[in-house]
Design a protein around this ligand. Structure first.
Ligand SMILES: Nc1ncnc2c1ncn2[C@@H]1O[C@H](COP(=O)(O)OP(=O)(O)OP(=O)(O)O)[C@@H](O)[C@H]1O
Length: 941
């Protein structure tokens, strides 16, 4: 604010006279401040300080130069403006004897003679008179703040014309002869809390940078802009400033890989990387507003403007697991971020390292730079670890894909479209992804170069080569003997940059659409993080492809490292704060909940987490390759080339219980909470006991060592008849084939839940047991007769498939869509054909199905599931659209009949579409039921 504006304001409020009386303590003029609308005591003090400075300034001005000064005062001064941003009063000694320049001020009393205390005798008398009339003659005596000691008498000083920004702060502790620059700096320190300011006075830049200190007098703000309490501030500073030597210590320890386990083995680590200012930013005069405060904390000095365009600075402080300064090389970043994850995957875990940040902030540079990206360093370490004797049985496979506009594309396979799936255990599967076995860095770079050349990039206002997609580099550790068995997985994710509309510059529609999609997916990611943070039952992972893919970064036995990349320039501070708040949210999640794996949490596994990891590893991977089917080397190729058809089989291949023994504690991905909650809470779906996982995968026809529920424990493996037992043991059946159009077998459906003995998950159909044709009646004629329950067609189908699959059994429905289908309409129930127990019993004695037959059925089942899944997706979109339409119509209801007609039309269309979808779904279910009938009907009953 310039002096003139200030005085104008006073005048407007008829307060210009108060200058005369403002020579005394400000508190005396409380009413005047109030009239000015200044209620805050510290603001009052600031204003008072400003008045004193003005007085001093005008006193120092020579009358001859006054006119020049006056003309300058017409323009606001940025430096002056900064004073408004002061958050704390300054210990600011001022002098009495002030005078004031202001050409804009009317001249209330030009008749007054020169002030007796005006030492400048050669000035313009008119101005002198004007000043005197405005200011009066009384001299401020008191030290401004706290009524400090009286100031020494004012000396004459050379007069120069200047705006307030150039006014030296009167400082009687200094020699009058001190260089002007020093005095200006002093003034700035006093007025602006030593904060770095965007100052148009370039000669001060260097010194201001050097002297950049952040005084505790300005209240620090937390991530959300709320001032920290003094106690918290102290804590922050204690945490954030471990001392100058700490960084060197950390660096030294990094070089030995000798890191404190508590730091590096957390479930979620959140680090921040600050890039240097770019040449463009430097040319624009941008300044670094993100000084580090120790190794783990940084401060953002956010330049802000008040409504009246005065500038001020808001300080925000953040603390993370690590903060990497602008000159920190990638290898150091690697040591603190990706290296622990590399270790972890060799112990059989899943790990994800992703970079999040504003466009152009250095995500790609950090993650996927072809020369020094973290992935290169990780790969180098992985290859060297693979050469160790204990890892000879493993090999590394690389896949690279991107998520562009909500679709997955294989960057190593001509951008072939991919599909993200997940199993019931929160493992994310990228079905159809082409993977390459790679054993050295050169080969990796070659493959990666090819992949990144087809990645979607574009030019935006913020970055000439901006990634327009999220890129995921996946490194899988597979068993050499059985390549379907995955030992560990490490993903590097280079997220597309978050951006504001303004960042896009003159973007075309495509770029804008890309930007919108990017922001949407990042928003979805944030929503998921928020939901996890708040312990919500429902986490909307399905809101975007990105969150679907990232899901296993947050749940189960996984580790995640997020690197938030920031641009340090003041012009980016808003974005930087957004990124840091985002990261802070993730960190909170980490801090609030100990989400390490149970093995790590288990106090009995005391000691370093390395020991824990080993223990975990032993349990997860202690299985003999012989327990698996022989691997057909062609199958991988088939899988890669035919993602659609073979997805489910691959899913079960990948979802190896013993490799990724994912904890079932995180059932977040629930889009239909009510239905799903029933299932989740139902004891029907007891999940395998994670604390006591089977040591080896289930074998055909043998009981594993896992605890069985009492009802199941009575079943002897020798008696086990999978085809009949599960139906007979769990569901009431009626012989009603004659009443049902000759359909020999169909199942009664009731909404009641059913109990699936957990033991079933431990059993697999055994050719031996089936071939023996032993009567299952003995299995359930014993004392533990299973309860008579009913099941849905879908449940039956699941059972069917479940029994038919060979080695990977799960007591859970394999997909949420399947779960979702369990409730049935009364009509459907009526339509169900109800075989009785006799008919099923009679099935027990017939020769078994051939494997071809069973395979055929299972394939058909998969196809129908895909159809139903597709319908469900459409249904979900449909319901989302109609609710949005209706609520927006309601919100903008203008009372006209138009909006209600519109709603009615939309609703009608919605009903039609829904009907069509349900038709398709029912057709799929019907087809499946027919196939059941057909399949069973081919057996002679
Ligand atoms: N730590 C760093 N040191 C030196 N240069 C860096 C650093 N980080 C980023 N850069 C440079 O900044 C520019 C932008 O970086 P980059 O492309 O990695 O940003 P980005 O966050 O991936 O952007 P987008 O989201 O738009 O893809 C590049 O020229 C890069 O070389």
């Amino acid at each position: 604010m310039s002096v003139s504006v200030f005085l104008d304001t006073l005048r407007k409020h008829e307060l210009d006279q108060i200058f005369n009386s403002w020579n005394n303590a400000p508190s005396k003029f409380g009413s005047d401040y109030s009239r000015l609308g200044i209620t805050d005591t510290s603001d009052r003090r600031k204003i008072f300080g400003l008045v004193q400075a003005i007085r001093k300034d005008s006193e120092m001005s020579s009358p001859t130069s006054t006119s020049t000064a006056n003309s300058r005062m017409m323009a606001p001064s940025s430096s002056t403006a900064n004073t408004s941003g002061l958050r704390q009063p300054q210990n600011y000694a001022t002098t009495n004897n002030a005078s004031l320049n202001s050409s804009r001020l009317p001249m209330p009393d030009f008749s007054s003679s020169s002030s007796s205390n005006n030492n400048n005798s050669n000035g313009n008398p008119a101005n002198r008179g004007r000043r005197q009339s405005v200011i009066g003659t009384s001299k401020p005596q008191a030290l401004y703040n706290n009524g400090g000691p009286p100031q020494p008498p004012q000396h004459d000083r050379p007069v120069r014309s200047r705006t307030m920004s150039d006014a030296p702060r009167p400082d009687f502790n200094q020699q009058r002869t001190a260089p002007l620059k020093g005095r200006r700096l002093e003034l700035r320190r006093s007025l602006y809390l030593d904060q770095p300011q965007e100052d148009d006075d370039s000669e001060d830049d260097e010194s201001s940078t050097k002297n950049r200190k952040f005084r505790a007098s300005a209240p620090l703000l937390d991530a959300y802009g709320v001032p920290l309490s003094p106690a918290k501030q102290q804590q922050q500073q204690a945490r954030a400033s471990p001392g100058p030597s700490r960084y060197a210590e950390v660096t030294a320890s990094l070089n030995n890989h000798n890191l404190p386990p508590s730091d590096l083995n957390q479930k979620i680590r959140v680090c921040v990387r600050k890039r240097p200012l770019s040449k463009k930013e430097i040319d624009k005069g941008d300044k670094d507003v993100a000084p580090m405060n120790g190794n783990r904390s940084l401060q953002i000095n956010e330049p802000k403007l008040k409504l009246d365009l005065t500038k001020y600075t808001e300080q925000h402080s953040f603390t993370f697991d690590d903060v990497f300064d602008l000159n920190c090389p990638n290898n150091l970043v690697y040591e603190r971020t990706a290296w622990p994850l590399v270790n972890y995957i060799f112990k059989g875990g899943k790990a994800t390292c992703f970079a999040y940040g504003q466009t152009g902030s250095g995500k790609t540079f950090t993650m996927l730079d072809p020369k020094q990206g973290l992935y290169i360093m990780a790969a180098r370490d992985i290859f060297s670890m693979l050469r160790k004797p204990e890892n000879q049985h493993l090999s590394a496979w690389i896949g690279l894909y991107e998520i562009y506009q909500g679709q997955l594309y294989d960057l190593l396979n001509e951008r072939k479209k991919l599909f993200a799936r997940e199993d019931g255990k929160n493992n994310v599967i990228i079905s159809g992804l082409k993977e390459y076995p790679i054993d050295n860095v050169d080969k990796l770079i070659q493959v990666f170069d090819y992949g990144s050349s087809v990645r979607s990039t574009g030019s935006t206002g913020a970055n000439d080569s901006s990634s327009r997609s999220h890129a995921v580099l996946q490194i899988l550790l597979k068993h050499k003997v059985n390549r379907k068995k995955i030992h560990g997985k490490l993903s590097f994710i280079d997220l597309a940059g978050s951006e504001r509309g303004a960042d896009r510059g003159e973007a075309d529609t495509k770029t804008r659409m890309e930007g919108a999609e990017i922001n949407k997916s990042l928003l979805a990611l944030k929503e998921c993080i928020r939901a996890l943070d708040q312990d919500k039952r429902h986490t909307p992972f399905r809101q975007s492809k990105l969150t679907q893919v990232l899901k296993d970064s947050f749940v189960g036995n996984s580790r995640t490292c997020m690197i938030a990349t920031i641009s340090p320039g003041g012009s980016n501070s808003e974005h930087t704060l957004n990124t840091l708040r985002y990261a802070d949210r993730v960190k909170e999640l980490k801090g609030e909940r100990d989400r390490r794996s149970p093995m790590e949490r288990n106090p009995s596994n005391s000691g370093s987490s390395t020991v824990d990891d080993n223990a975990t590893n032993t349990q997860w991977t202690d299985s003999s390759p012989n327990d698996y089917e022989d691997y057909d080397s062609n199958e991988d190729e088939q899988f890669q080339d035919d993602s659609n058809d073979d997805y489910f089989s691959n899913e079960s291949d990948i979802l190896d219980d013993d490799t990724f023994n994912v904890e079932e504690e995180n059932i977040f991905d629930v889009d239909f909470p009510q239905e799903q909650d029933d299932l989740i809470h139902s004891s029907s779906f007891n999940t395998p006991n994670i604390s006591n996982p089977p040591k080896s995968p289930p074998r055909y026809g043998m009981v594993t060592g896992s605890p069985l529920p009492p009802a199941a424990s009575s079943y002897k493996s020798s008696n086990y008849r999978p085809n009949s037992m599960s139906m007979a043991s769990n569901y009431s059946v009626n012989n009603s084939s004659s009443e049902n159009g000759g359909r020999p077998l169909s199942l009664q459906m009731k909404r009641s839940s059913f109990t699936l003995p957990r033991s079933l998950s431990m059993y697999s159909p055994s050719r031996t047991s089936m071939d023996t044709g032993s009567d299952t009646s003995s299995a359930y004629s014993g004392s533990h007769q299973p309860p008579q329950r009913s099941m849905t067609v879908q449940q039956t189908v699941q059972q069917f498939e479940y029994r038919s699959s060979s080695s990977h059994q799960s007591p859970l429905p394999s997909s949420p869509q399947q779960k979702q289908l369990q409730p049935q309409s009364p009509l459907q129930q009526q339509q169900q054909q109800i075989p009785n127990s006799d008919s099923l019993s009679s099935l027990a004695g017939v020769p078994s199905f051939s494997y071809d037959k069973m395979d055929e059925f299972v394939k058909f089942h998969r196809a129908e599931i895909r159809e139903i899944t597709d319908c469900t997706k459409r249904e979900t979109k449909l319901v989302a659209n109609i609710s949005l339409d209706l609520s927006s119509n309601q919100n903008f209801e203008d009372g006209s009949s138009n909006s209600s007609e519109k709603s009615t039309a939309q609703f009608t269309k919605y009903l039609q579409d829904l009907d069509e979808i349900l038709e398709r779904k029912l057709a799929a279910v019907e087809a499946l039921r027919d196939r059941i009938s057909e399949t069973v009907g081919q057996i002679e009953l």
